[in-house]
Design a protein around this ligand. Structure first.
Ligand SMILES: [Zn+2]
Length: 431
């Protein structure tokens, strides 16, 4: 058993002082504010953060896709270039470094939205899940909890006479049809995997239910209405919005996360909210790709729970993602005060973990997994900002994370230099 005395800690939505936590078998067995025993941990400790939307290999693009001002297409061409060069060995090395970066920023669980399945040209590896297994092994090495969201990706988009076949690097994404995808995914460990529909562009309408039933009882994530073009093409092909298409296929519900959910009609917002689907916002990616600003407040009012992801990893900093949700809403409405810091912290912790199927992570409470993230309160950003939820969300940034515990195990002790060196090496190898 481990006993820690947390100088300040977020417990039940408020910051308390001198919180004794005892950890047994990776879980919190005692949580008691106002205590005076245990190994003292200075700073402000919050529950582990959940990064609910990640494509690990996109991290290799950071700083490169802005060349010549950077259009959506300079980003996508470079993304496809890196995707083409990866194999299970190099992906494991790259993903390990990326997951270590996440851990160093306070992320203790990741939803890895995985679509790079097969060899160049589309032939499966000897182990058809070699790439997925590489990601699971990378998570183990980095000490992060993972929900591998294996994505069904079958077509290149809507065409005049039906869905367009995959081409180029997209051949690596496709299993041919949803049945074959489901057979492959059935071989992955159930407790660490969920399912994903890449988007309504990438899975033909009649095959959507196959993916939904394969994922029954597990998290299902889907990119939804990230760009206006997707909505227009879906309306032209089917006469309904992507959200309604998903609703009709049975894809919405309390285990579903709609990723981005940027360009929605009022009807779409209602469908997502009434079905209790999560809305996963990725503000730093959405602004990098010029996607737009989604209706986070309207979705929450309708009944959706907000979660957060770093998606393309232009930035990995969930403090920035939390802040950005409120800041973007302020710019859209020219009013302040839509999301409280406590609500944004819930999105980044308990609700984020719930959307990944980890209901026992994300709170500092008895019975929860012992995921503890400690922030330095004396950094140039946090000094004098107090010990409230507001100081975490509106003052702190990822470099302020000094200590990270996952399942009771210390996985980061503040050595950011080692994280940087591993990233540099891994990215160099695939560039
Ligand atoms: Zn994405």
């Amino acid at each position: 058993m481990t006993s820690l005395l947390l100088e300040h800690a977020l417990v039940d939505g408020v910051v308390s002082d001198d919180v004794l936590v005892e950890i047994e078998d990776g879980r919190l067995s005692v949580v008691r504010p106002g205590a005076d025993s245990g190994t003292r941990v200075p700073g402000l400790t919050v529950p582990g953060l959940a990064n609910c939307h990640s494509h690990a290999f996109h991290r290799a693009l950071r700083g490169h896709t802005q060349a010549e001002r950077g259009s959506f297409w300079t980003w996508r061409d470079q993304m496809y270039g890196v995707a083409d060069r990866l194999d299970p060995d190099s992906y494991k090395v790259l993903a390990t470094a990326v997951f270590k970066e996440m851990v160093a920023t306070g992320i203790t669980s990741v939803g890895e939205f995985h679509y790079l399945h097969h060899q160049p040209g589309g032939r499966p590896y000897d182990d058809p899940n070699a790439m997925g297994h590489a990601l699971l092994a990378a998570a183990d090495e980095a000490g992060i909890r993972i929900r591998l969201l294996d994505a069904c990706y079958l077509s290149a988009g809507f065409g005049d006479g039906g869905m367009l076949p995959p081409e180029g690097v997209q051949l690596r994404y496709s299993d041919g049809d949803a049945e074959a995808w489901a057979e492959r995914v059935a071989e992955l460990p159930v407790d660490r995997t969920g399912v994903a529909l890449h988007s309504v562009r990438a899975v033909p309408r009649e095959q959507l239910p196959t993916v939904v039933s394969a994922g029954a009882g597990r998290p299902l994530h889907v990119h939804l209405s990230e760009q206006v073009l997707e909505n227009e093409a879906c309306l032209a092909a089917h006469g309904i919005t992507p959200t309604r298409l998903l609703a009709e296929a049975g894809a919405l519900g309390p285990m579903t996360s709609a990723v981005h959910a940027t360009h929605l009609t009022d009807g779409d917002t209602g469908l997502l909210g009434r079905s209790r689907s999560f809305a996963c916002f990725c503000p730093t990616t959405e602004r990098d790709l010029a996607d737009g600003i989604g209706p986070s407040v309207a979705l929450a009012r309708a009944g959706s729970r907000l979660t957060l992801g770093s998606d393309s990893h232009a930035v990995i900093d969930l403090f920035e993602e939390m802040r950005a949700v409120e800041m973007h809403e302020r710019l859209v409405t020219m009013q302040r005060g839509h999301w409280s810091a406590a609500e944004l912290l819930t999105a980044a912790t308990a609700d984020g973990h719930a959307s990944l199927g980890f209901d026992d992570v994300g709170r500092i409470a008895v019975g929860q997994r012992a995921d503890l993230v400690t922030l330095d309160l004396e950094s140039p950003r946090t000094a004098g900002a107090g010990t409230s939820c507001e100081s975490v969300v509106f003052a702190a940034a990822s470099p302020d994370v000094r200590r990270v515990v996952v399942d009771g195990r210390l996985v980061y002790d503040g050595d950011a230099g080692a994280v940087g060196r591993a990233l540099a090496e891994a990215i160099e190898a695939v560039s």
